[in-house]
Design a protein around this ligand. Structure first.
Ligand SMILES: NC(=O)c1ccc[n+]([C@@H]2O[C@H](COP(=O)([O-])OP(=O)(O)OC[C@H]3O[C@@H](n4cnc5c(N)ncnc54)[C@H](OP(=O)(O)O)[C@@H]3O)[C@@H](O)[C@H]2O)c1
Length: 336
């Protein structure tokens, strides 16, 4: 990494389909000077998330889209290198919206970042994954909206990824049967043998619908939905009376713009399924509680985690496509 400039990815054009490097300008800017009440942060790790693709587009979304010419929005972890604020001590680690760049400014208002505690018991990338935003997404989406009861069947799609891998393991901690849908035999093996899921369904196999039926003999009580499209429709057809469906994501349509569902709402009516969309920030007030619990499970060995780490800020726009190609296991991060 160059230390004398601030390399930044600025959005040049909105992607149509896959994200291309040409959608960005990669520019060198001077390293910013922190003003009063501000701190200069050197970014160490970037979180790559499916929502980056949403932010690049101008579709209806939960935050304003990234403007053309603006630094690409992204979560990350950095270290305080210069500070004019009592909130940020030099050398402390912080997490928040760093953007796709080498340096950012944190303040005490709209651009405030969370200061991570000293002596973290886990490596920094885990604070972006199992103990970070994706872990919290799994935790609150499953427990507050899915409300799994012991003995129930919890199904999660994109089950080998950052959110899904945590959902299945929390389901097991809560005494449920955990079933994951993933692409390919390696991920099937991983979620069952390494993470302790009860069954896996390979949606890339010809007989995936039969696999789904065999893996859910008593139907599905909670569907933690990450994917949308025909996988979601097949799962909904197997959901039980008064079952719950936290709608977390619809990644199958982010590049294509395909609707999550083509029309059959009848399972929602006939089986009174409680479908509830959510964004993790809806639970912001409880983040500290969630983080403590996730960290405790990690320390106790009850919650396993994995990170796929890509080197170099310059690789972010290409690496983010791994999420759409299924080339990540666990949390995808860029190390700067
Ligand atoms: N609501 C919220 O606040 C919130 C927060 C974080 C994430 N999310 C959502 O949660 C979901 C998972 O996010 P994540 O960060 O944990 O990513 P991730 O699961 O680590 O990575 C995405 C995975 O999705 C699978 N996938 C990609 N395209 C697919 C397709 N067309 N059909 C089926 N599977 C596909 C791939 O796994 P395979 O190899 O198995 O295909 C890929 O590895 C996304 O929908 C995301 O938008 C929502």
């Amino acid at each position: 990494m160059k230390n004398d400039v601030n390399r930044q990815f600025r959005l040049k054009t909105r992607p149509t389909g896959r994200i291309e490097k040409s959608n960005f300008d990669f520019v060198d800017e001077p390293i910013p000077e922190p003003g009063k009440g501000e701190a200069l942060i050197r970014v160490l790790y970037l979180s790559l998330d499916p929502t980056n693709r949403i932010w690049m587009s101008d579709m209806d979304q939960y935050m304003p889209p990234v403007e053309i010419g603006e630094v690409m929005r992204g979560g990350g972890i950095g270290v305080v290198v210069k500070s004019n604020s009592a909130r940020y001590k030099e050398g402390a680690y912080v997490s928040g919206l760093t953007g796709w760049q080498d340096y950012c400014i944190a303040d005490e208002g709209a651009r405030a970042m969370s200061v991570l505690p000293d002596g973290l018991p886990v490596d920094l990338p885990v604070m972006l994954g199992a103990c970070g935003m994706t872990g919290l997404t799994a935790y609150f989406g499953l427990l507050e909206l899915g409300r799994p009861q012991p003995g129930e069947t919890v199904l999660v799609s994109a089950a080998a990824g950052a959110v899904g891998s945590v959902v299945g393991q929390i389901a097991k901690i809560k005494g449920c049967r955990a079933v994951g849908i993933v692409g390919g035999p390696d991920k099937c093996r991983h979620i069952v043998e390494d993470l302790g899921f009860d069954a896996a369904v390979d949606y890339k196999a010809k007989d995936w619908r039969e696999q789904l039926a065999a893996a859910t003999p008593d139907g599905i009580d909670v569907n933690f939905e990450n994917v949308g499209g025909e996988i979601m429709e097949a799962v909904m057809a197997r959901m039980n009376l008064f079952s719950r469906m936290p709608l977390c994501g619809m990644i199958s349509g982010y590049n294509t713009g395909d609707p999550a569902m083509r029309g059959d709402f009848s399972p929602i009516l006939m089986r009174r399924i409680n479908v509830r969309g959510f964004i993790v920030i809806d639970f912001m007030e409880k983040f500290a509680e969630g983080t403590m619990q996730l960290a405790q499970w990690v320390m106790e060995g009850k919650l396993k985690h994995r990170e796929t780490i890509v080197d170099g800020l310059e690789n972010a726009p290409v690496a983010v496509n791994r999420l759409f190609d299924g080339e990540n296991i666990g949390k995808l991060v860029v190390k700067l």
